[in-house]
Design a binder for this molecule. Structure first.
Ligand SMILES: Nc1ncnc2c1ncn2[C@@H]1O[C@H](COP(=O)(O)OP(=O)(O)O)[C@@H](O)[C@H]1O
Ligand SMILES: [Mg+2]
Length: 320
């Protein structure tokens, strides 16, 4: 790990994409836009979920950060350095697993890592440490071909850890894993953050895979970032739902609608579902101030899944 902090790395973001664009020429000679006005940041010490449907630009964004794809426009800074121009200054500070690991199937996990370690100039200790971190010490001497998919992916993470990076970049590391292996991978990411202070960016097209570990989510659609937020802030912003049950539905409706809240009567119950323009607590204060007291109140916390689906849907609606 580098102990020299770069002077211009004062901000809390390790990585910043600003207005990045990239399009590819397809085999048919068409231009395929992969990134368009793409801006996001990766806060230090966080696990960042880069979420979006297939084809939304996640891999292109991560490859651009690693210098594997050259953007057409915009800027990317990693550790305060512009990339790809100064990639050599930051290469060892980033470890990556993109598009599955490439290992020699007839060799053991340990041997594979040693060979990679020689390329990086890292010693046996780094290999043993990486195997230990990803929970593969027990399988170090088994041949790679006998590994389960989950073990293969974790060996890929171990390879990414060999240079002692501060930022780990994982592109769809949970793709195709069974639920137990997904859980193992999540635990591994948490361990890297909590025990090693690492920053992790992990892409996925399946929210459920990452929502339990992420501190921050960036949602991408058609190459654009449509949401870039810390999880607590995101949930707080979307907590404007309230369900009230009360005898005097009509009075409640009048009071709430007069103040701009959207009210839907729940059929068959003496209940109103209120989508507030401020927050649930505010709507409740309004009711009681007018002498309308509900029998029952439920403040409906939004789930990240609601937010993900809504963000993708809203972006579709407002797309040019
Ligand atoms: N090398 C390439 N040549 C042509 N088109 C590409 C290439 N790489 C990506 N694309 C296109 O760019 C868009 C974004 O792709 P990608 O970054 O792989 O998305 P994701 O990782 O979110 O699935 C897609 O439409 C994809 O077909
Ligand atoms: Mg991809």
């Amino acid at each position: 790990m580098s102990d020299r902090r770069d002077a211009n790395e004062a901000s809390n973001s390790l990585v910043r994409f600003s207005h990045v664009s990239k399009s590819f020429r397809t085999a048919r000679g068409r231009h395929q836009v992969a990134l368009e006005d793409f801006s996001m940041s990766i806060p230090r010490g966080a696990i960042v979920g880069l979420l979006g449907p297939n084809g939304s630009g996640k891999t292109t964004a991560l490859k651009s950060l690693l210098g594997l794809v050259r953007p057409d426009g915009g800027t990317i800074h990693a550790f305060g350095h512009p990339v790809p121009r100064d990639q050599h200054l930051v290469a060892r500070r980033m470890g990556a697993l993109i598009e599955g690991p490439a290992f020699t199937t007839s060799l053991t996990g340990e041997r594979n890592l040693r060979l990679l370690g020689e390329l990086h100039g890292t010693g046996r200790d780094a290999v043993a440490d990486a195997l230990e971190l990803v929970g593969l010490t027990h399988a170090a001497r088994r041949t790679y071909s006998g590994y389960s998919l989950g073990m293969k992916q974790r060996l890929g993470v171990a390879a990414a850890l060999l240079s002692g990076p501060e930022l780990l970049v994982l592109d769809e590391p949970m793709n195709g894993l069974d639920p137990e292996a997904v859980r193992d991978m999540r635990e591994l990411l948490k361990r890297l953050r909590d025990e090693r202070g690492m920053t992790v960016v992990v892409s996925s097209h399946i929210l459920a895979e990452v929502e339990l570990v992420c501190d921050w989510v960036t949602i991408v659609r058609h190459g654009r970032v449509i949401c870039d937020s810390g999880i607590p802030e995101l949930l707080a912003r979307h907590s404007g739902h309230l369900v009230v049950r009360l005898a005097d539905v009509a009075s409640a409706r009048t009071v709430l609608e007069r103040h701009g809240h959207t009210v839907v009567e729940e059929s068959g119950t003496a209940g109103l579902r209120v989508t507030t323009c401020t927050d649930g607590a505010e709507a409740l204060r309004l009711l009681t101030a007018q002498g309308v007291y509900p029998d029952e109140v439920v403040l409906d916390a939004a789930s990240l899944e609601d937010i993900y689906v809504t963000a993708i849907r809203d972006a579709a609606r407002t797309a040019p």
